[in-house]
Design a protein. Structure first.
Length: 453
């Protein structure tokens, strides 16, 4: 009887203790978006109590300091600061039983926005046609960044020439329009935060070195000739390799072609060498190539010997024709001159015959004057008979000794120069001025045999 009463007492005491000491429900604290956030991000702490009761009130603590109290199970930091970093806990309380629940502690880390660094390959100065790569590096442990690219503050979109792959922007076949100021920054997927924008990087795009092509001799050339095409690149570099093209087909070295130098030599050119030629330079370093030259059209004609023969024959014919014309002209001129002389001599003879009937004799009987006049030169209206008169004075010397024959048998012919019109009274037959003397030797007549003295 006594033992039964003791067992019943112990059973009642255990029921009473279990009712007085119930276990508190578990609380779990979580952080969104992450335990590590960046300044300016929105942070949400959520406290979940494993209980069917809904009348819990929540208290938020950072360390041992209460920072907030509310009836909802979330605590929001709108724009995180570095001062918001620390250990956070939450506690739940209610009026009924169970009346209390405390969560685990959660660490929150707040960092400054990560910096972005932009680099350009191959260089900040590139040449037209080159491929350009811009790489954006973000100082962060996160790997799920999404990159934004801007040129002169304008957001770039992917296109045929602009390709974005992770943190690299590739520009295919750069052009002068690609020059400008480039920046980049990163965004984390699903979060409102972004990295700091990179410092602006300047990209310059220069034209490739110009190339000029010349040909010697000038086109057209003749079959069999040697032709030199020279490629000149406007560059300070000297390590160029030269590429030659004919009608857009690359030329290879051969017995007739010499390439890979700045001069292409075509030996014994033929008509098959006609076409358009271009050149450009290649090198291992930047710039890797030059611009392609303007095309030069090479024309090949038949051998120049035929042309020379034609020129010689044509020149000879022209020369003969010219000489013929010259001879004909000389002949005609001489003929006209002869005709004029004949026409002049006839009137002169007629006038002289008329004047022979009127000899002039001076007071000295040894002098006889003949008057000869150029009739054809007189004016028809001239009534002066003494105009343009020529006088001849013939002196007849007496017989002299033989010793003096050579010097004495001389006749002087006095010719007066024609002058202005003059009157008969102005004539001075004995005057010595304006006279020309011609020496005439007169031989004595031989005596006739058989006759007396």
């Amino acid at each position: 009887m006594g033992s039964s009463a003791l067992s019943l007492t112990l059973l009642l005491m255990s029921f009473i203790h279990s009712g007085l000491t119930q276990v508190s429900p578990r609380s779990t604290l979580t952080v969104t978006p992450d335990n590590t956030v960046f300044t300016g991000e929105r942070v949400i702490l959520t406290c979940v109590i494993e209980s069917d009761h809904r009348d819990w009130e929540y208290m938020w603590k950072k360390g041992k300091t209460e920072v907030s109290e509310s009836k909802i199970n979330t605590f929001t930091i709108k724009q995180a600061k570095t001062s918001d970093a620390g250990l956070y806990t939450c506690e739940g309380e209610r009026r009924g039983r169970p009346n209390k629940s405390q969560s685990n502690s959660v660490s929150l880390s707040v960092k400054d926005l990560p910096r972005s660094t932009l680099t350009v390959t191959p260089d900040n100065t590139v040449f037209t046609g080159e491929r350009v790569r811009l790489m954006c590096e973000i100082e962060s442990d996160h790997r799920d960044w999404r990159y934004e690219w801007r040129k002169d503050s304008v957001k770039l979109q992917s296109s045929e020439r602009y390709t974005v792959e992770r943190n690299t922007l590739t520009i295919e076949g750069s052009e002068s329009s690609d020059a400008g100021q480039y920046t980049c920054r990163g965004h984390i997927e699903g979060r409102s935060v972004s990295s700091q924008s990179s410092s602006a990087v300047s990209l310059s795009v220069k034209d490739l070195p110009k190339t000029e092509l010349t040909v010697d001799p000038k086109s057209p050339v003749f079959t069999g000739e040697t032709v030199d095409l020279k490629c000149v690149i406007e560059s300070d570099h000297r390590d160029w390799r030269y590429e030659w093209n004919k009608d857009s087909v690359k030329l290879q070295s051969s017995d007739r072609y010499t390439v890979n130098t700045d001069t292409l030599t075509i030996r014994a050119v033929t008509t098959s060498d006609e076409g358009q030629y271009t050149c450009r330079g290649q090198r291992d370093k930047r710039p890797n190539s030059s611009q392609e030259s303007e095309p030069i059209n090479l024309s090949v004609n038949a051998s120049s010997s035929l042309l020379v023969t034609g020129v010689v024959v044509g020149s000879s014919v022209c020369l003969l024709f010219f000489l013929s014309l010259l001879l004909m002209w000389r002949y005609k001129k001489n003929k006209d001159q002869q005709r004029n002389i004949n026409q002049t001599s006839v009137p002169n003879q007629s006038a002289q015959s008329q004047l022979e009937n009127f000899p002039l004799q001076s007071a000295d009987s040894d002098h006889i004057y003949n008057d000869g006049t150029e009739v054809n030169k007189r004016d028809k209206d001239d009534s002066d008979p003494l105009r343009d008169v020529t006088y001849s004075e013939v002196t007849v010397k007496k017989k002299m000794d033989k010793a003096k024959a050579e010097s004495n048998n001389v006749t002087y012919s006095e010719v007066g120069k024609r002058g202005k019109k003059c009157k008969s009274k102005d004539i001075n037959p004995a005057g010595a001025s304006d006279l020309t003397y011609a020496q005439i030797n007169i031989q004595d007549k031989k005596k006739t045999k058989g006759k007396g003295p």
